[in-house]
Design a protein around this ligand. Structure first.
Ligand code: BES
Ligand code: MN
Ligand code: MN
Length: 517
């Protein structure tokens, strides 16, 4: 999730951490960094967080026990339970909560938890929309988990592992643990002020289908357009930090177009001795086509693929270069040598991840994959092919262009079945907005560190939707680390990150409350 070694990026100035801190440090050794709360109520909210830390971790553990896997219909009752669990926490924090069904009668989706508080009449800050997702990825391969994915364990690092105490479970960092930081911040403000969110105007939207492509979110957002349009900025905690102890604000995520291509040949599996050489082998033919996806410079060959890609600016390239990112060290962590630093020619690692689109084959199956040997020419072969998109690339257009490209290459005698799974636009938000400055200030006050400005190659479909349908920008304030094993066995969230995130959210609310018209 997070990003690696390096120093903070340039960007907007500190968000005016002012007045005397009512709690915690006022000045760090540098004399520049102000830390802690700026108001008595903020200090009380931070104190509540500290006093209730164990209980908060216990609450997270409870939520993590619910196997809310959104892709697998077998878990739909559990997904609903996880929604109800979050709704109860929001109600306890004083918000008005609705559990909203999505989809249609024939094809029901998972619910969206929508909660609101009106805020004080004198509240002069922006109406904030907090988005998170309570669904999780499937757990396979199950045998690689050291402890069962839905029996959360709090433990220290194993020998050779970096970091401190962590909670290990599916959803620990993506995204229940990060949503929990915000739920704890709301509980803290309720306790400190007696008011929901301390009196700020807030809408909370928790989705149950992010990991399966947010299929029903678009329709949901449109159906609630009037209500959601009142929001001025979205806050999402579903991204990572620059490195351990190095908080970051992510100012852009990539878009996604996800497809599946199935190549059908004969109407039955065939003996490869009797039929080999006489008719198409769909695995051979499919891989011949897919091998053409990239040219010698590892650029995607689909006509028009790069049309809407905005070139990287000099300033941005310089900022990223200044992060001191060590590509070789990152590769080493995943068992690769520096020779594996490959991708589109002419761009650095960070440029390729943050600012360039890609085509990836995510899975490919066909024929005999069991033990031993079987001489067969299968009737079909299939592949999952997805594209990470940047800037203005339209996922629907990219999918269409890819399918047309496939059809032009239909192997003789074969037939395509082309499936459009899901997609979403990428987003980049301005780095000089007052909202981003508020987040910067909050993180600085919470951690005594200045957040680095980074982008991420991952995708969060709601962000593009909010921008295109409601015109709302998003602040991605996430606290994951790049060794958190997101989507993998033994997913974890380090408690130090959890604490930093909860404090940062408490102080973000404080800042917004202190906003003067
Ligand atoms: N939280 C992740 C995305 C992410 C991770 C963004 C780290 C930035 C840093 C999110 O839950 C996710 O996994 N998104 C999917 C897309 C979705 C449509 C399945 C992804 O990026 O593959
Ligand atoms: Mn996520
Ligand atoms: Mn995810």
């Amino acid at each position: 999730m997070g990003k690696r070694a390096g120093s903070a990026a340039g960007g907007s100035k500190a968000g005016g951490a002012k007045a005397k801190a009512a709690g915690g440090k006022v000045k760090a050794a540098s004399g520049k960094v102000k830390a802690g709360a700026a108001t008595a109520q903020g200090a009380a909210a931070l104190a509540w967080l500290k006093d209730n830390r164990q209980a908060g971790i216990g609450r997270l553990v409870d939520w993590l026990k619910i196997p809310s896997i959104s892709t697998d219909p077998a878990y739909s009752q559990d997904v609903a339970r996880a929604a109800k669990w979050a709704a109860d926490r929001l109600a306890e924090a004083g918000l008005k909560v609705e559990i909203c069904p999505t989809g249609t009668k024939e094809k029901p989706g998972h619910p969206v938890v929508l909660a609101t508080c009106e805020g004080d009449a004198e509240y002069a800050g922006p109406h904030v929309l907090f988005y998170g997702h309570y669904d999780v990825q499937p757990c396979d391969p199950l045998e690689l988990w050291e402890s069962p994915p839905f029996e959360p364990v709090i433990r220290g690092p194993r020998t050779g592992e970096a970091g401190g105490e962590r909670v290990v479970a599916r959803g620990a960092v993506d995204d229940k643990g990060q949503v929990m930081m915000f739920l704890e911040a709301l509980a803290a403000w309720k306790a400190a002020s007696g008011k929901p969110a301390g009196g700020m105007r807030l809408t909370v939207m928790l989705e149950g289908e992010e990991e399966s492509g947010s299929a029903n979110l678009d329709a949901f957002v449109r159906s609630r357009k009037k209500q959601l349009k009142a929001c001025e900025v979205c806050v999402i905690s579903d991204t990572g930090m620059l490195d351990r102890g190095k908080p970051a604000i992510t100012y852009g995520v990539r878009g996604l177009a996800y497809t599946e291509v199935v190549l059908h040949a004969a109407n039955q599996d065939l003996h490869s001795g009797l039929w080999g050489g006489r008719c198409p082998n769909p695995i051979t033919e499919l891989t011949r086509v897919l091998a053409q996806l990239h040219d010698g410079k590892r650029r995607v060959t689909i006509p028009g693929f790069y049309d809407a890609v905005r070139p990287l600016s000099k300033a941005e390239r310089a900022n990223w270069a200044g992060l001191g990112f060590n590509a070789a060290a990152a590769l080493k962590k995943i068992g690769l040598s520096a020779a594996a630093d490959v991708g589109e020619a002419g761009f650095t690692t960070l440029e390729r991840e943050w600012g360039r689109p890609t085509a990836e084959i995510n899975g490919i199956v066909g024929g005999y994959t069991g033990k031993g040997a079987k001489t067969v020419i299968p009737a079909m072969a299939s592949a999952k092919v997805s594209f990470r998109l940047v800037a203005d690339q339209d996922p629907a257009k990219i999918t269409k262009a890819f399918f047309a490209w496939c059809k032009e290459r239909t192997p003789p005698g074969c037939r395509w079945e082309l499936i459009d799974h899901h997609g979403g636009y990428g987003v980049t938000v301005p780095i000089d907005s007052p909202h981003l400055e508020a987040a910067q200030g909050a993180i600085q006050a919470a951690t005594s560190k200045r957040a680095a400005l980074i982008k991420s190659g991952g995708s969060i479909p709601v962000a593009g939707m909010l921008k295109s349908e409601l015109g709302i920008d998003t602040i991605f304030m996430g606290f994951g680390l790049d060794d958190d094993r997101v989507h993998s066995p033994n997913e974890k969230f380090e408690l130090e990150c959890f604490d930093m995130g909860a404090r940062s959210h408490v102080l973000l609310i404080e800042r917004l409350l202190g906003h003067k018209g």
